[in-house]
Write a protein that binds this ligand. Structure first.
Ligand code: SAJ
Length: 427
């Protein structure tokens, strides 16, 4: 059966490989010729995909990539895995979905099953996508089928990956759900059909808004615990011993990634168009986006203690990725912290074992500095922004003058008392 995936990124490539492994003849349609070339050479570029798996399915002819959307003519199923970012105004940027829809409309044919995976506002599938497709005169639920099935990728998760994570799916009509399920149940271990595309769209937003809200709450709790002289990390562990009705979240330097800081704004945007103003999303976003400045306050406080101005001080950021043990910099709060420190006149360098370099706003690239004892001795302050496993934090504490720990990475280490300021426990 001919299965297509539009967009071979961190969602699309794992899906394409899993479909190929399930025996589908998969065509990956990708606008970036570099990615197309790499896939056709069996060269993996997504951490969550096993190199050997990609090589195997490409060699065996089950997966090919192309930039040519006319491949849709030969397909029976096509999944859309394109980005749904925010634009400069923090409003939904639907441009990726609309260009995919224009191409699918051009090549739409009888019995094609179209499945949207990109996270978006409730109503997108029915109100935004369906009109494109019905321009062809073909009828949904009869001539073609349209459904929404949210991706649930957790980059770097060692246990849950594309195949074994339960998959929610909802069609425009019951027939649509049935046809979409027919292919997906051969790729995913467990399918979770719901009554409509909107229900599936909303389930995804609930999942990610739930995380964003709770992270906002513990971030505010860290600020509160700093003032009360209570260790927020100990408090979270203690509350976490409650065997039911509690889930641990941890404070941090801010909210990064391509989903959690982004997806909830799709819901608040949609509700604004219906003259309803959400509050919980905006409040949590206010706290989460204030964390980089809060970290800078701790840096200034720590430098003051050593009678050092921030202007002209040498600061090392430990970890630029948006979370531990991955190489993704999207929306990383460490980049905000980097830029604010530079604005205040600090000399900033970084070390990240997973991110050898990152692009500065505007011009140029910055490279990760090797984490040597001399470098640590030379620094006026080290900020632990991402708690990558592959860093020796005892060595950092031993040789640095001042450490601002935003991830509790120095918990239980020696010599921390007079040197380390931990977010959520300045004591
Ligand atoms: N973070 C905290 N405190 C926490 C948890 C996370 O500050 O207690 C921060 C992280 O450092 C990171 C951001 O929030 O900057 C997002 O972290 P995340 O753990 O939600 O990871 P993502 O965005 O890579 O993946 C998430 C998925 N993660 C988990 O379920 C653990 C999931 O929410 C979605 O399936 C996925 O985004 C998506 O693509 O929607």
């Amino acid at each position: 059966v001919a299965f297509g995936v539009i967009g071979l990124g961190y969602v699309g490539l794992p899906l394409a490989v899993e479909a190929a492994k399930a025996g589908f003849k998969v065509t990956g349609i990708e606008i970036d010729p570099e990615k197309v070339k790499k896939v056709n050479e069996g060269q993996n570029y997504i951490g969550d995909v096993a190199d050997a798996d990609l090589k195997q399915v490409v060699t065996d002819g089950y997966l090919t990539a192309t930039t040519d959307f006319s491949a849709i003519k030969e397909l029976e199923y096509v999944s859309i895995c394109v980005p749904t970012p925010l634009n400069k105004l923090r409003d939904p940027d639907m441009s990726f979905i609309s260009s995919a829809m224009q191409e699918i409309t051009r090549y739409l044919h009888k019995d094609l099953v179209v499945i949207l995976e990109s996270t978006t506002y409730p109503g997108t599938t029915r109100e935004y996508m369906l009109p494109y497709l019905e321009e062809t005169g073909l009828k949904v639920g009869k001539d073609f089928f349209l459904a929404f099935s949210p991706e649930r990728v957790d980059p770097g998760n060692p246990v849950y990956h594309t195949k074994n994570t339960p998959k929610v799916i909802g069609g425009i009509t019951k027939e649509c759900t049935k046809h979409a399920m027919a292919v997906y149940k051969q790729i995913f271990d467990q399918m979770v059909p719901v009554a409509s595309a909107e229900a599936a769209e909303m389930a995804k937003l609930l999942e990610n808004t739930f995380r964003m809200i709770n992270i906002g709450m513990v971030n505010e709790l860290a600020i509160i615990c700093d003032r009360l002289g209570v260790d927020v990390w100990e408090v979270i562990e203690a509350a976490g011993t409650k065997p039911f009705g509690f889930m641990k979240f941890f404070p941090g330097p801010g909210l990064g990634g391509h989903c959690i800081p982004i997806d909830p704004h799709y819901l608040s945007w949609k509700m604004r168009t219906l003259n309803y103003k959400t509050r919980f999303i905006e409040l949590a976003a206010e706290v989460n986006t204030s964390m980089p400045e809060y970290v800078i306050e701790s840096v200034i406080e720590g430098l003051n203690y050593h009678k050092k101005a921030i202007n002209g001080s040498k600061i090392l950021l430990l970890g630029m990725a948006y979370k531990k043990d991955i190489d993704d910099l999207r929306e990383s709060p460490a980049i905000d912290i980097y830029n604010i420190l530079v604005d205040k006149g600090a000399e900033v360098i970084y070390h990240d074992p997973h991110c050898p370099l990152f692009k500065l706003d505007g011009a140029g690239y910055v490279e990760s500095a090797p984490l040597t004892t001399d470098l640590l001795k030379e620094m006026d302050c080290v900020v632990i922004t991402t708690d990558h496993t592959a860093v020796d934090y005892q060595k950092v504490v031993d040789h640095a003058k001042l450490v601002i720990d935003t991830r509790n990475a120095t918990k239980g280490l020696k010599n921390t008392a007079e040197k380390v300021l931990r977010l959520g426990y300045k004591g």
